[in-house]
Design a protein around this ligand. Structure first.
Ligand SMILES: [Zn+2]
Ligand SMILES: [Zn+2]
Length: 335
């Protein structure tokens, strides 16, 4: 990885340019950088971003230079059948594939359509959500992926019921956002499994009622709601097995491309369990982000706890190493 001066296109009429203030390091950035996700290089990674609008296209309404914004990953068109039915993360008409970046005339990929490890980015105005003054940029940044994935998994995908019990496998920033969401949804029992004692401590601080280091400790216990936020074959298969009859299993973690999971069909069919895929929590940015802002400001979503270190842009490589070696929860690059 290198810091380079690259070119950024002039704005289309429906786009804004954002001066980046903070970008979180997500595990999928590391997977992409390591070649395990997409063979698309060169690329500007970073997709958990907040910043300041510094230019707007001619047709943009509702945003002006100086506005603080958080970038939404959905980049939805707002009018295809997926958007119309309330699943903007599945939109197939968005500008995800189009990069606005180049180096010496050669196209540079804009990672996840964002490219937040850079001083500026260009994106559709629809994907820049105005940020209240009292939500810090570092906190807003992690809303972009980790928080919307975890909360969205609870509210938009699994639809967790009040008074129920929830099992969360993996206590990184996404798993811990599931924990916060489960408590907000009224779950009375939230059990977290993670081998890291530091992460288990964070889980207890954010509302987990029980924590264990290993799934072995669960014995035959079954749960109505199970969330897998690791992305490994073993934990995904365990998640399916750990759901009770009629239970919902939400698979969130992004596995390597060659992973296949299996389960016994005869056991599964009559159990009426549901296995749910989860893409960034099916976040509906213009509906969900304002709710996150309000919950954060009301003290009911203690997101500051997720940002365990900040690293200045010039030390981006150090930030990636920190995230990769699992020191802390979220490392946020600041500009
Ligand atoms: Zn991410
Ligand atoms: Zn659409």
């Amino acid at each position: 990885m290198r810091l380079r001066d690259i070119d950024i296109t002039s704005l289309r009429s429906d786009e804004v340019r954002v001066r980046v203030e903070a970008t979180g390091v997500c595990h999928t950035d590391l997977s992409w950088a390591g070649g395990a996700l997409f063979p698309r290089f060169p690329v500007v990674l970073g997709h958990e971003t907040a910043g300041l609008v510094d230019a707007v296209g001619a047709d943009v309404v509702g945003l002006a230079p100086g506005d603080r914004v958080v970038i939404a990953l959905s980049q939805s068109c707002g009018h295809c059948r997926f958007c119309e039915r309330g699943t903007p993360m599945l939109c197939d008409k968005s500008g995800k594939g189009r990069s606005r970046l180049s180096l010496n005339g050669q196209s540079v990929h804009q990672g996840f359509g964002v490219g937040g490890f850079a001083e500026h980015l260009v994106i559709e105005a629809h994907s820049a959500i105005k940020l209240p003054d009292d939500v810090p940029s570092q906190v807003a940044a992690v809303m972009g992926c980790a928080v919307s994935t975890g909360l969205g998994a609870v509210f938009n995908v699994a639809d967790v019921e009040y008074g129920t019990s929830v099992l969360v496998l993996g206590a990184g920033a996404v798993g811990l956002s599931v924990v916060m969401g489960a408590r907000l949804a009224g779950a009375h029992d939230v059990l977290v499994v993670d081998p890291s004692s530091e992460r288990r401590r964070h889980a207890l601080g954010l509302g987990a009622t029980r924590v264990v280091a290993d799934t072995v400790a669960l014995g035959d216990e079954r749960f109505p709601f199970v969330f897998e936020a690791v992305g490994r074959k073993e934990t995904m298969e365990f998640a399916i097995a750990a759901a009770e009859r009629g239970g919902a299993v939400t698979l969130i973690g992004a596995p390597p491309p060659d992973v296949e999971i299996s389960f016994n069909a005869l056991e599964f069919v009559p159990s009426q369990r549901r296995i749910l895929g989860c893409q960034t929590g099916n976040v509906r940015p213009h509906v969900d982000f304002p709710r996150y802002f309000d919950l954060y400001r009301a003290g009911r979503l203690p997101l500051d706890a997720l940002v365990t270190s900040t690293v200045p842009f010039d030390d981006l490589a150090d930030g990636l190493v920190r995230a990769e070696t699992l020191r802390g929860l979220r490392t946020v690059i600041t500009f």
